[in-house]
Design a protein around this ligand. Structure first.
Ligand code: SAM
Length: 327
């Protein structure tokens, strides 16, 4: 594991740093679960559903031999998915020391938290660092260009300031080859704001999650042209308990265009499930993962409360526009 130092030229105030640390400490402290603990989780079917969504994205866009950049890779839960796609090279980066350490353990095939042992044949490099602050083009100059970049359930941690959101996109854009693909999942701001409007006070949720917006939240800021730093506290049983930031998708799309990305699609998780459950191979994958019972879309095993949490997220695919050919 390589440790990345912060960029000394990167302007960041103390509060931003403190919040980034809070996020890192939260994930770092989450210890590995045994298989039994995982199966007993109140959100086990949601976890399986999210794994299905990530697997579908990977199966749709990864090609044999691809070089993969996994930003905010966490404990390396997606290593097995990349292995199935027969990728050729993997770079994983996460800010949480504890998580990247677990990722290393899993990559090396030491008993992972599923108590399965698996050796991965593709070479990998793992880094611990803040990928929304560090200039990764310098650090990864010899690893680039990548064919595909993935940032799963993590890009919203970059929207605490405009500088961080821009650094995230600049990093990905600089490292992907022209025509390369950027896949990800993150909270669906439209759903969060709609739920807030319908809520009594500044909070909403159900038996497995709650969201609390700061009192100073204003619709004006959400609708403004630079709505960075719109913070809320997110709690998801057995998974998340830390500050997060709203990412208005239409502004994310325009910002991404500044960094040479074009939108392939963005879909709320509910729409994503309905669309890809029309395809037999993904129905079969869902059945194997066991998120939706028999895979007949009746959510027999996923509880209504878990299904509501799925609605809080969207999946997106962007393509790095090819550089114009200079003759
Ligand atoms: N992508 C993994 C997955 O899908 O299993 C982990 C998702 S977890 C919900 C969010 C991850 O984002 C955590 O591992 C956290 O440490 C990481 N993260 C948050 N802020 C980050 C940053 N600034 N740089 C790198 N990783 C970050």
């Amino acid at each position: 594991i390589f440790h990345l130092d912060g960029d000394s030229h990167f302007l960041e105030d103390e509060t931003t740093k403190i919040f980034a640390r809070k996020v890192a400490d939260h994930y770092s402290a989450r210890t590995n679960q045994t298989l039994e603990e995982r199966e007993a989780s109140p959100i086990i079917h949601l976890k399986k559903l999210n794994n299905w969504i990530k697997s579908v994205l990977i199966q749709l866009y990864a090609r044999r031999g691809d070089a993969v950049l996994d930003l905010a890779c966490g404990k390396g839960g997606d290593l097995i998915k990349w292995d199935k796609a027969k990728v050729g090279y993997y770079v994983g980066i996460d800010i949480a020391e504890g998580s990247i350490e677990d990722c290393r353990t899993r990559y090396n095939g030491d008993a992972d938290h599923h108590q399965r042992r698996k050796k991965f044949i593709f070479p990998a490099r793992l880094f611990c660092g803040d990928c929304y602050e560090v200039r990764l083009d310098k650090v990864l100059a010899n690893d680039a260009p990548f064919d595909i970049c993935s940032c799963q359930f993590a890009l919203h941690y970059s929207w605490s300031t405009e500088a961080r959101a821009r650094r995230a996109l600049a990093n990905i854009s600089a490292l992907l080859r022209p025509g390369g693909i950027f896949i990800g999942t993150m909270p669906d701001a439209n759903v969060l704001i709609k739920k807030l409007r319908e809520a009594e006070g500044m909070s909403f949720g159900n038996s497995v999650y709650w969201v609390h917006f700061d009192e100073e939240f204003s619709e004006k800021k959400f609708k403004a042209s630079s709505p960075f730093g719109i913070k809320y506290k997110f709690h998801l049983e057995d998974a998340v308990d830390c500050p997060e930031w709203i990412v208005p998708f239409h502004l994310f799309k325009s910002l991404a265009e500044e960094y040479d990305f074009e939108l392939v699609f963005a879909k709320n998780s509910h729409e994503f499930v309905h669309e890809y459950m029309k395809k037999p191979e993904f129905v079969e994958l869902m059945r194997r993962l066991g998120a939706l019972g028999d895979g007949n879309q009746d959510h027999t095993t996923l509880s209504a409360d878990e299904w509501e949490v799925a609605y809080l997220y969207l999946a997106f695919v962007l393509r790095k526009v090819s550089s114009p050919i200079c003759l």
